[in-house]
Design a protein around this ligand. Sequence first.
Ligand SMILES: Cc1ncc(COP(=O)(O)O)c(C=O)c1O
Length: 416
Amino acid sequence: MTKNLNYNNEFIKSIAEKFPTPFYLYNESTLRKNAQLFNKAFEWNKGYKEYFAVKANPNPELLKILKSEGLGCDCSSLSELLICERLGITGEDIMFTSNDTPQAEYIKARELNAIINLDDITDLQILENCAGLPDVISFRWNPGPLYNVSSVIGNPVEAKYGLTSEQLIDAFKAAKSKGIKQFGLHTMIASNLLDENFFVTASKSMFDMITKIKQKTDVNISFVNLGGGFGIAYKPDQKPIDLIKIGTEINTEYTKSGLEKFSPLSIFTESGRLVSAEAGVLVTRVIHKKNTYKKYIGVDASMANLMRPGMYGAYHHITAIRKSDSENCSMETVDVVGSLCENCDKFAINRELPVLEIDDLLVIHDVGAHGHSMGFQYNGKLRCAELLLEQSGNIRIIRRAETFEDYIATLNINKW
Ligand SMILES: Cc1ncc(COP(=O)(O)O)c(C=O)c1O
């Protein structure tokens, strides 16, 4: 089955003539469209905000685009906070959701006045000791046996994140007794889920939990962060989720919950994938063909550029752009591989593709989230460039490719 590529072949070929492969190519229009979709789906909620999960794609040029669409940032590390600081993203435009948190990160989050979302009941005291308590605090709920949904994050009971339902009650009581004035509840238990009902059911559990917290602690929760995990149709035969429908049904659950009677609740989300995945492709060139027990197509990108297929067995659709664009070319079944000394360095296994020649291009789809940001340097492989196709049609390098000098820049060698 084929999957629509947003670009025509000649366009990709012309970019690959100007810029050395491999490179990521992001599309500003797609990014804006996706950001606007979130705002539309939850426009019924006055305080709604999507906090883009910076870990999915921390390139500041993309964050600037998302900021201009009214999105905030979900940060989970010091570097992500520092990027936001440099972009002038501070205060309630940042939600800081970390775990096993180094104190320096709490200190920075406090300095930026970010909304801090605590991962453990002991973190309240740790935060107070190292950075002082803010007026606003949120806790991450791990619903444990209530759900078993996600292959990446794992069964919630086995997941290291969040507080148990019982701990949550004690945590809110403790926070209130310490003078904290405003409270939020967060959860993030799904990853890449296409089941629309899940998100509605999960929001209902959140609303139920908020009612319970209100009854048991007299704490008024003013915002609820439903997390990310909205899936995309990586495979051509998958049906994309309907975010507008999810938003509408969550509105119905919210109305049914009766929470509006206490005080209006702001709904937050922190999606990465659904915002940016489809806005990015990885363009790579065929450099090798090998026939042994299987047929291999070797490309100039590797798992160091895109880890998801090797790490999770994740499917990314591949469009072949051949030098000779004849209509009826034959197909063959191949593994598309990179050059790492790791057998899992494969972008596709047993994939049916047109018969390829050296120098043909492959476009790997849906890599704008958890793509470049998960890159690494094993085998001395260097991270590739990121390009942005602006709405004007202009193409800009928004991160250059790493060089050997970058690779050795942190070494402290007396003499080579
Ligand atoms: C705490 C948290 N929030 C949000 C996200 C974004 O998830 P997704 O890109 O699947 O929406 C992640 C992903 O790892 C996460 O760990």
